[in-house]
Design a protein around this ligand. Structure first.
Ligand SMILES: C[S@@+](CC[C@H](N)C(=O)[O-])C[C@H]1O[C@@H](n2cnc3c(N)ncnc32)[C@H](O)[C@@H]1O
Length: 248
């Protein structure tokens, strides 16, 4: 069966950069840097990198960064920003559900981007691909610390305003047994709609599912954090976490 074409800010990637730039990118980079330096990881893969704001900061610290994404416009914006900032980040158009790029010391996927893999078979082949692209003992960091709802089973709307740019997100549960939801985003600049998208997402990855995906694809779970401040205390009533996996 042919895959439906996935698009993400294809015409106006700057509105993604601006509209979702409110995140604590520097704290994310401090977190990643601490784990990578402790584990002597140098060659790093940023999965679903977009314009790779974190990868560019890591490259400034001396890491060898490659990024993969499906959005040509965000990859192009990432290349432009990297050249403006005089850092070297390699950007590749690749589908994270099945890819081959080489052997890395570590990989990471931020901003809950793994939830784009809402079909269980894609999620499984993603874990297999990441494992194949890591050296033995390599790390995979999965950030699921930022989810777009209060309860995964209830609709939620978020609005974010930055200057003349308004970003609106609508999350709504779709197929609860399969944990899928619909995610709509709209960017309005100066009163005009400049980007509008709707796609399916996985609601979250329950810890038992993470364990089974990890163990069946050759990983072990090394650590779980609740946020980028190295807080280990997971809230058992919440689905958010950051997982650090290690290739066995
Ligand atoms: C929420 S954005 C995160 C971008 C970036 N990591 C950041 O922190 O700003 C999610 C990204 O996942 C990408 N994406 C979605 N499905 C993908 C797939 N199957 N393979 C590769 N990238 C994908 C989108 O194009 C988008 O850039």
């Amino acid at each position: 069966m042919e895959k439906e074409k996935f698009t993400f800010f294809e015409k106006n990637p700057e509105f993604y950069e601006e509209g979702f730039g409110y995140r604590e990118i520097e704290q994310q980079v401090i977190f990643l840097n601490k784990i990578f330096s402790k584990n002597k990881c140098k060659k790093i893969l940023d999965i679903a990198c977009g314009h790779s704001p974190q990868g560019r900061l890591l490259a400034k610290k001396g890491y060898d960064i490659s990024g993969i994404d499906l959005s040509e416009s965000l990859l192009k914006l990432g290349k432009l920003r990297a050249s403006q900032e005089r850092v070297n980040v390699k950007f590749y158009k690749k589908d994270m559900s099945n890819f081959s790029l080489g052997k890395f010391d570590a990989a990471y996927i931020l901003f809950s981007s793994i939830l784009h893999l809402y079909k269980k078979e894609d999620l499984f082949s993603h874990f297999q691909s990441v494992n194949k692209n890591l050296k033995k003992g390599g790390l995979y960091i999965i950030d699921l610390s930022d989810l777009p709802f209060d309860s995964p089973f209830k609709p939620k709307e978020f609005k974010h305003l930055k200057g003349k740019l308004k970003t609106i997100i609508n999350y709504s549960p779709k197929d609860i047994p399969n944990l899928t939801a619909s995610f709509k985003q709209k960017s309005i600049f100066n009163g005009k709609i400049v980007n509008k998208e709707e796609f399916n997402v996985l609601m979250f990855i329950p810890l038992p599912l993470l364990f089974s995906l990890a163990t069946s694809t050759g990983f072990e779970i090394k650590k779980l954090y609740s946020n980028f401040n190295f807080n280990h205390e997971l809230n058992k009533n919440r689905p958010e976490y950051i997982a650090v996996l290690r290739k066995k």
